[in-house]
Ligand binder design. Structure first.
Ligand code: MTE
Length: 319
């Protein structure tokens, strides 16, 4: 019997959302039919170096939204990645020659396992999963993105942080030769971000290595970037080369640049306006003539899963 695996369909061939949704229904149907061959991920993740290469052994996730995904085109041509320029179209143009191999991630701080680790070895112990998440940018636009990633909770546990580790800090590559945006001090480079340990070990947090079933395009943060769907997009640090287990709250790029506008937590919150604009509504990118604004939801619609992380915290003060 010929079984067409989702893995046999090259995602970049997919031009319409409708096709993609069919593929998703197929994955779901396979998973529901107990299709272990479809949904059981490979126990060791392999992420090819080649741009556009297909990722194999992707499991489906119960955390995916059913909302229609944005097109590959929307997701890969409307980007924020200041290392490659500040215009939305700059990263797609300027990141094409960016080298994502060899790629080393330094793991340091309060953990039992630390040291520099080659990216391909870094991802190996984990399962690849597709996570279709709503993403909300602080600039009041949103997209739905079919990420492929590994659970950040699994990654954190793997390195066995000690009780002193209260936060996880991340850093992007510093390489002004390859990253023309770093030749200007638009931000204090390298780009930095951080999460509390509770946020980093929440099942929704992932490190993305792909989208639409293939290797993450450079402009979206290849080879590995953070995705935390209940926070504004700027928390999703791209091109990660350092992961540190630290005791005190780490400094983060946007908070350092404009502390009154960007806090450490950066939870999507329609009730707390950005000092220069409202966060009550958002524009879904690619929605065409029907792109009227829609209401923004608390924690980007993930309140049921994450609100407990912030009990007792004044969300107006800790924005
Ligand atoms: N990571 C780095 N290293 N540099 C950046 O400029 N921009 C952030 C975030 N990660 C940024 C970054 C912002 S502001 C957003 S909205 C998201 O990346 C955008 O991710 P996307 O382009 O994949 O949609």
């Amino acid at each position: 019997m010929l079984i067409l695996k989702p893995a046999d369909i090259r995602p970049s061939e997919i031009t319409s959302e409708a096709n993609y949704l069919n593929r998703r229904q197929f994955i779901k149907a396979g998973a529901m039919a107990g299709g272990a061959a479809l949904s059981a991920p490979a126990s060791s993740a392999i992420v090819p170096a080649e741009r556009g290469a297909k990722l194999d052994g992707i499991g489906a996730s119960r955390f995916s939204t059913d909302e229609p995904a944005n097109s590959f085109e929307d997701i890969t041509t409307y980007n924020n990645y200041y290392e490659f320029g500040t215009g939305k179209g700059d990263p797609a143009k300027n990141a094409q020659g960016f080298r994502t191999r060899p790629w080393t991630i330094a793991v340091d701080g309060h953990a039992e396992k630390t040291g520099p680790i080659d990216f391909d070895d870094f991802v190996k112990p984990f399962d690849l999963e597709e996570r279709i998440y709503r993403m909300r940018c602080v600039e009041a636009w949103s997209m739905v993105i079919p990420w492929v990633g590994i659970s950040l909770a699994d990654v954190v546990k793997h390195f066995r942080p000690t009780s002193k580790a209260k936060y996880v800090a991340f850093e992007t590559l510093l390489d002004p030769v390859q990253m023309p945006g770093q030749r200007r001090r638009v931000l204090d480079w390298p780009y930095r971000e951080g999460l509390t340990i509770a946020e980093a070990t929440h099942p929704l947090s992932i490190l993305a290595v792909g989208l639409y079933g293939e290797v993450l395009p450079n402009q979206n943060g290849a080879p590995v970037r953070l995705v935390v769907p209940w926070k504004y997009g700027f928390k999703g640090i791209k091109g990660i080369v350092r992961m540190s287990f630290v005791e005190s709250m780490p400094r983060t790029s946007w908070n350092m640049a404009a502390p009154h506008e960007y806090g450490f937590y950066a939870n999507v919150n329609p009730e707390v306006d950005h000092p220069r604009w409202s966060q009550a509504r958002e524009r879904r990118i690619g929605a065409g003539v029907f792109s009227s604004k829609q209401p923004t939801r608390m924690f980007n619609g993930y309140a049921e899963q994450v609100a407990h992380l912030y009990t007792g915290l004044d969300l107006r003060k800790h924005y």
